[in-house]
Design a protein around this ligand. Structure first.
Ligand code: ATP
Length: 414
């Protein structure tokens, strides 16, 4: 259980300034927001604070402006979207310094129940340098001063795996740093799945590289009952088992690691499922969605001139069957080159199996979340994480600095 103060533990907020770190890193096209999920996700925490009469100051990053006030990465379009949802006008100061004079003035004059949105926290180069550069300490202090060092709420799960000024920096300077409802929901879903899953617990990993997910594979093997490995990363495992994998994606430096994981699974009595067949092509499509001619081969019969770019139909059935009997499923990474409609069949089959099961289904963000949404299965999942990198680090069993920095629920003073 999360032993951190949450929004529900905050009291006596009437008239107090509360700084909230949100994740408004929304996709923008010509200044128009393309997807409102992250904005919608932030509303419950903001509403709760407003209901208690707080003066709410919101901050977030958007994209990677790298310390420059890049106009395309301005948070300006987020303010009216928030106003509409909250029914309160959200003030916005287009301040390249984020915490400059005008911003401080508007923050100081906020009345109870009013809301101010700061400009993109990454307009300042110090934002991502917390703990590495003294100037970052000063920026964290400027942010904390906006709420007079009082109450801070961190509701940005997507950046919780990074120690930045606007999460860890501020948390260390205020009297109380609580986690918001969205953050709490992420931690509850991912934390319960990994630490306290209803069994059988099936974990599915895919995507391009084994190297990116070394610690996730090892940690999940200990926690789950069945580990399914598909996508490009499966071929290093198949090669480690002695199979010909043709021109498929491989990381030869990780062959020993894969052998170790196969042995670990056996020793722990866990099922580790790998593709039994693949959809193969001769040349990788360019552009990625160009038409391709596919031939199917069993994993022990792959010709040397073919490249495995999706799981085959026998594998899709095998994986779907494992999902059917599960009570908890966590999925991270596509089963093939899903950007190409001919090579998306395996990813669609797995997404469909998750959509049809009664199990708790959790999608670990990034490409898998995009794939599930794009295929129209988004609302069939129990939880789609808003943080790709953060959810992966969580599945690795790492402590997230943004969460660790929040105030403990039970301290000597309360
Ligand atoms: P997530 O974002 O869900 O965490 P991920 O982004 O970490 O997943 P990546 O390791 O980046 O996953 O892999 C995603 C990419 O892997 C996709 O672009 C997909 O085309 C590619 N991919 C999947 N299977 C194969 C394959 N068999 N051969 C080559 N590329 C593959």
């Amino acid at each position: 259980m999360l032993n951190k103060k949450t929004v529900d533990d905050l009291a006596n907020l009437q008239g107090k300034k509360v700084l909230v770190r949100c994740d408004f890193n929304v996709p923008l096209k010509d200044g128009v927001i393309q997807n409102y999920n992250r904005i919608d996700g932030a509303i419950p925490t903001i509403k709760k604070l407003l209901d208690q009469g707080a003066k709410v100051i919101l901050c977030s990053h958007l994209g990677k402006p790298k310390g420059e006030p890049v106009p395309e990465m301005s948070l300006a379009p987020v303010a009216p979207a928030l106003s509409e949802r909250l029914g309160v006008e959200v003030k916005f100061v287009n301040d390249p310094k984020v915490t400059g004079e005008e911003t401080r003035k508007v923050a100081a004059e906020l009345k109870d129940g009013e809301v101010l949105l700061l400009q993109n926290t990454r307009y300042r180069v110090e934002e991502t340098k917390y703990g590495k550069d003294e100037k970052a300490d000063a920026y964290a202090k400027e942010l904390a001063d906006l709420c007079e060092g009082g109450v801070f709420v961190n509701d940005a799960f997507g950046t919780a795996h990074r120690a930045h000024c606007s999460n860890v920096g501020v948390s260390e300077l205020v009297d109380t740093a609580a986690v918001g409802y969205l953050m709490q929901k992420e931690i509850d879903f991912l934390g319960n799945a990994v630490e306290n899953p209803v069994r059988p617990f099936v974990a599915i990993l895919g995507g391009a590289k084994v190297a990116d997910k070394l610690n996730v594979i090892s940690n999940l093997l200990e926690k789950c009952d069945t580990l399914i490995i598909g996508g490009g990363m499966a071929y290093t495992f198949l090669k480690a088992q002695g199979n010909e994998i043709g021109k498929s994606l491989v990381d030869d430096s990780k062959l020993d690691y894969c052998k170790e994981m196969l042995a670990k699974a056996e020793k722990l009595g866990k099922k580790l499922l790998l593709p039994v067949d693949s959809a193969t092509i001769t040349d990788f499509p360019n552009p990625i969605d160009a038409p391709v001619e596919v031939e199917l081969y069993d994993s022990d019969k792959m010709p040397a001139d073919r490249e495995g770019c999706d799981i085959g139909p026998k594998t899709a059935e095998l994986f779907a069957d494992a999902v059917k009997s599960a009570k908890t499923v966590v999925w991270n990474g596509p089963m093939g080159v899903f950007e190409n409609p001919t090579l998306a069949k395996g990813t669609i089959a797995v997404a469909k199996a998750l959509a049809e099961t009664d199990a708790t289904t959790i999608i670990g963000g990034g490409d898998s979340a995009a794939a599930v949404n794009q295929l129209g299965f988004g609302d069939k999942m129990s939880h789609i994480s808003t943080g790709g990198g953060a959810s992966l680090e969580f599945l690795e069993g790492k402590e997230l600095p943004g969460v660790a920095a929040a105030t403990d629920k039970y301290t000597e003073s309360n």
